[in-house]
Design a protein around this ligand. Sequence first.
Ligand SMILES: Nc1ncnc2c1ncn2[C@@H]1O[C@H](COP(=O)(O)OP(=O)(O)OP(=O)(O)O)[C@@H](O)[C@H]1O
Ligand SMILES: [Mg+2]
Length: 249
Amino acid sequence: MLLRLVELTKSLGTQHVLDGVSLEVPPKARLCVVGRSGAGKSVLLRLILGLIKPDSGEIWYGETNLVPLGERELAPLRREMGMVFQNGALFDFMNVEDNVAFVLRERRRPESEIRQAVSRILERLFLQGHEKKMPAELSGGMRKRVALARAIISRPKLILYDEPTAGLDPIGSTEITDLIRCLNEEFGATTIVVTHDMRSVEQIAQQVAFLHAGRIYKVCSPEEFLSSEEPVVKAFVHGLVEEPALGTC
Ligand SMILES: Nc1ncnc2c1ncn2[C@@H]1O[C@H](COP(=O)(O)OP(=O)(O)OP(=O)(O)O)[C@@H](O)[C@H]1O
Ligand SMILES: [Mg+2]
C-alpha cells in the first residue's frame, strides 16, 4: 500500500470529527473520498499531509508512520505529495507563472529547467497565454487549473485534491475531472479526490470511500456506490432527507 490509515481519531473543539478512520490506498490508485459537508474530508487530507496531528491512530506512507514525525523528518516526504486546496490557495501577489514555478524555485532547480517545466505544464493545462495574469484576473476554472499545475509540477507520488470541481460549470468540471484522470494515468501518481459531486465520482473514481459519522462507512466501486440500496448511502447519493428539511413547507 502507498498509504494506510489506521484507526485515526481527531477532535476539534468539542467535536469528534474523525472517530476511527481506517483506509488503504494502493499505489497509482484513483480514490474518491465522499461525505457530507462537515464530515471531516478536509481534516482527513490535512492529517495525511501532516499539517495537523491525529489524537490517535497511524498514517503509514509506504513503510513510514508519519504520525510521530517532526517537521524536519516530515519535510522530505511531504515533497513527494501534492495538494490542490479547496480554495486554490494561490499566492495572490504572484502571477500564474510564478505561482506554478514556486515549488521548483524553493528547491533551487536551475532557472532554465524551471522555465521549461512551467511552460510545458501550462500548455498541458490550457493556460498558455495567461502566464502574466494575477490570480484576481482569472476565472474560477482557470484558478483551479493553476492550482493543479502548481501541485503536479514536481511530479508528486501522491496527489490530494480537495473539491476540485466545486463552483465550476458542468463543462469546466468535466475538463478538470478529465485532467485528473489523465494526470493519474500519465504520471502514475496515486490520486485521492475529496468531493461531494457525484458526477465527479463517476468520472474519476476507481474506488469510492464514504466518510460518515467519523468513520469510513463503505469502500466500493463507483457503480456499486451510486446504485447502493443501503439507506445511508442512498440518502447521500440522492440527496434524500430523513428528517423534515429546513426548507420544508
Ligand atoms: N481548525 C478547526 N477548528 C475547529 N473545528 C474545525 C477546524 N477545522 C475543521 N473543523 C470542524 O471539523 C468538521 C469537519 O470539517 P471539514 O472541513 O473537514 O469538513 P468537510 O467534510 O471538508 O466539509 P466540506 O464538504 O463543507 O468542505 C467541521 O465541523 C468543522 O467545523
Ligand atoms: Mg472540505
